[in-house]
Ligand binder design. Structure first.
Ligand SMILES: [Zn+2]
Length: 462
């Protein structure tokens, strides 16, 4: 008998050892994660929901469509078994009005440009605005200009997004100043209007809108974005005819602030109901397209990831909450309201996730958390690599969840492939046709897998 003991020992070791338990755990995780991706890719509920959402139309904050979207999705979430709440949010309402017009004459020929008012801009006079246009290629150049250098003129900011950035959000960051504060800075030098190069990573004929501010400007001058194609052409023409005059007409205006809503949809945790895992996107969009990527995709990632976990009986121990934030684009009202109310109600968010970088193939996540937590989350990488999820960065997680306290909450942002995002961002190209169903579904499954793993292994700030 004696000689069999070691063998028995080995058998016991194989069945009871922590190593074996770990192997089984890893196999269970692999199987469950595979199920999440398989269900997402075969059922494609998210893509159907995104189609439904974009069919409502553009969802500019304060518009009836934005509120309609929240209400329709509350009904949908209800039917999927979530406990839903509509949280009132007062939002501003800016209206674009009639289609803008813009052109100039070069060499005696009328050159029409594709332009759109920037969000929040004032209108031009009814008959439009015409004045000599002056190109500015950097803020340093503007700074060095004479105090009245732009008196009676239109400033033309032509600062391309830096193409050398691999993470295109940095390229966006490198150029967004002209759109956001171009009007303020140009008016300081006497400009009567401002035209900015669209923030597009490619040269195309679509103007891209986006938010702007007048901050403490003494004078509010009308601000328009023209397409990158038009910006390059105008720049070339200005070399030949430096004094040429530009004409544009916009009749945008501010409407009254209105009441709209955040959608909050919960599935109560069975073991730790007071610990909240929140996953969200913003439901409002710009008005030129239908916000399929920005941020219809993100809202769908949030809803579908939660629903996948429910469908497959992989719900977290904690309460899983989906939030569709209202009005990210015009000042984060929904996120601010949600965060303030959470403080009042002492809501304990242990994990907050946001997708607001488009619905392209997910490549990874960005984590904002203490180093020890980041280290642990990075150990999950091998489980996600088969799905192309490999970039674990630490930039920022998202503007909406960014309103929550970072002290106790692990923050995670979706990081999809960004090479095409800024070609369509805030333009009429941001519509359902620019979203690939498989890529979208991969995002939902990725968020589901991450929620599942973080909750299971309690990778949270204790
Ligand atoms: Zn967005």
């Amino acid at each position: 008998m004696k000689k069999y003991f070691p063998l028995l020992g080995l058998v016991l070791f194989l069945t009871n050892s922590p190593i074996n338990a770990q192997t089984t755990q890893a196999q269970t995780d692999e199987t469950n994660i595979k199920k999440l991706y398989t269900t997402a890719l075969t059922e494609q509920n998210g893509y159907k929901w995104l189609t439904k959402l974009t069919n409502i139309g553009p969802r500019l904050a304060g518009s009836p469509e934005a509120t309609q979207a929240v209400k329709d999705f509350a009904v949908l979430a209800d039917s999927l078994g979530f406990e839903t709440t509509l949280q009132e949010v007062t939002v501003p309402h800016w209206i674009r009005g009639e289609k803008e017009e813009s052109y100039y004459y070069f060499n005696g020929q009328k050159i029409k440009t594709n332009g759109c008012a920037l969000g929040g801009s004032v209108a031009t006079k009814k008959k439009g605005l015409q004045a000599p246009i002056v190109e500015i290629t950097s803020f340093e150049e503007l700074e060095e200009m004479d105090k009245k250098a732009l008196k009676g003129k239109i400033a033309f900011f032509n600062i391309p997004m830096d193409p050398s950035f691999i993470f295109t959000f940095f390229a966006y960051g490198s150029a967004v100043k002209q759109r956001y504060v171009g009007a303020v800075e140009a008016s300081k030098k006497g400009a009567v209007g401002v035209i900015v190069r669209s923030l597009s990573s490619s040269v195309n004929k679509y103007p891209h809108t986006g938010s702007m501010t007048y901050a403490d400007a003494k004078k509010e001058i009308p601000a328009m974005a023209i397409s990158t194609y038009d910006a390059e052409r105008l720049s070339n023409h200005l070399v030949v005819e430096p004094g040429l005059e530009f004409f544009y007409k916009m009749n945008c205006e501010w409407g009254d602030s209105t009441v709209s809503y955040n959608l909050i949809a919960d599935i109560k945790g069975r073991e730790k109901p007071d610990e909240i895992i929140v996953v969200g996107g913003h439901i409002d969009s710009w008005d030129l397209g239908t916000g399929a990527h920005d941020d219809g995709a993100g809202s769908i990632h949030a809803l579908e990831s939660a629903y996948l976990l429910k469908q497959l009986d992989l719900l977290p121990k904690r309460t899983l909450r989906v939030v569709f934030f209202m009005n990210e684009e015009f000042g984060l009202n929904g996120a601010i309201k949600y965060a303030k109310q959470s403080v009042k109600d002492s809501v304990n968010h242990v994990l907050a996730m946001e997708s607001d970088a488009g619905g392209f193939s997910p490549r990874g996540i960005s984590i904002v958390a203490p180093d020890s937590i980041i280290k642990k989350i990075k150990t999950l990488r091998s489980l996600l690599e088969p799905y192309g999820i490999h970039q674990f960065s630490q930039t920022e997680a998202g503007a909406d969840i960014g309103q929550l306290s970072k002290e106790k909450t692990v923050m995670i942002g979706m990081r999809p492939d960004g090479h095409r995002y800024f070609e369509i961002h805030h333009s009429e190209l941001d519509k359902i046709e620019s979203v690939n169903a498989r890529e979208l579904e991969m995002g939902s499954a990725t968020f589901a897998a991450i929620i599942y793993l973080i909750d299971k292994y309690d990778i949270l700030i204790q």
